[in-house]
Write a protein that binds this ligand. Sequence first.
Ligand code: HGY
Ligand code: MN
Ligand code: MN
Length: 432
Amino acid sequence: MCKGTCIVAKIDVYEGRKHRHMKANGERVVSRLNEIYQCGKKEDGTYTRMAFSAEDVKGRKLFASWAEALGMTTRVDEGGNLIARMEGQDSSLPAILMGSHLDTVPDGGKYDGVLGCVGGLEVCETFKKEGYVPKHPVEVIVFTDEEGFRFGKGLTGSSAICGQDAGISDSELDIYGEERGRVMQSYGITSEGVKNAAKDPASVHCFVELHVEQGARLYRTNTSVGVVSSIAGVNRYDVTVTGEANHAGSTAMADRKDALVAAAGFINKIPEVTTEHGNEFTVATVGTIKVTPHSVNVIPGTCTFSLEIRDTDAQIMSLVEQKLQETLGDICEKYGVSYTFVPTSFHDPAPMSDWVKENIEQAVKELGIDYSIIPSGAFHDSLIMTSVFPTAMIFVPSEKGISHSRYEYTKDEDIENGCNVLLQTILNVDKM
Ligand code: HGY
Ligand code: MN
Ligand code: MN
């Protein structure tokens, strides 16, 4: 099997007579990843493109300018999704969709999401440079607010395109106390308008998302490409433990109802309970925490934290939720405090579409690249897209499995491989 960048996507051109070789330009893709990364540069030296921020808007404008230079039309739908479209031979045919997201987590990396957008554009640019006109129209979508850390819910644009309630309102506040209605003005959208962004399923042939793995399976096995079998589900909860705020100097240890101590006891048990009742894919995380009154000399009266459970099996997710809740109940009883456990979002695990996945597998084989079939622990816009449109994903390795970090890195040759697999996949599905 070929490793590295020795591949050339081979296709029969649409007239079916001449044989033509097409190849994605890895250097151009890497250079664009770097350019978009610069759009996230902050004064504190981190690179963050939070959804709806000035940095994010700058990145989207740059992306749109590249698409327009190719003669693609661009528009922003009511869900805020930026859609670049290249017409095919027959504009009435359903479109082949590619894409991902440009927004990042705080202090995020260069590849997460951006690769799927820039890779999709690279497929269009290769077509254009080769004078190749696909049968179907092709669209590259930059989805709105995939990460969701700002308002605690992501996948906003893909939910809108799929006609699913994104669960948002203009009056909700982000973690900095800003109103959604106000911050979404940078995209020219409103929470009400987002409800009208559904794409007609009949207008879509399929969706293919290229992404970095964000885990270490490909890296550890030195495998060039992953064909994604399914995406883990993710359920989120807000947990509040309520004790008694009291004086930190004069309240004896035996007399305390310290909400943080109880919460810490529970959080400390999460790895054990999750491992016991889950499987190798099951993960549970507390990612945010706050106490009140938040004073150095007051025993915390309340402790509120997020809890997230992910797995590729919905039943295991329910079981782990139940066991974690029982554990929380036992610990709170021991400390004489109470708790609430409020579900905030549910996304079931989702298998990828068989026929699109098979087309990716066929593409990888045609290119002679080594690959494996793997599940995705991270979620992606494809998690939502697969509920309405035939959807599948291509992964390339993340060095040491690191992602959601400034240390996220994918080798240039892996980037090029991924783009060529995407190119060949699009050529294959275009024949159908
Ligand atoms: O959180 C996730 O899994 C995704 O990377 N946003
Ligand atoms: Mn991410
Ligand atoms: Mn992503």
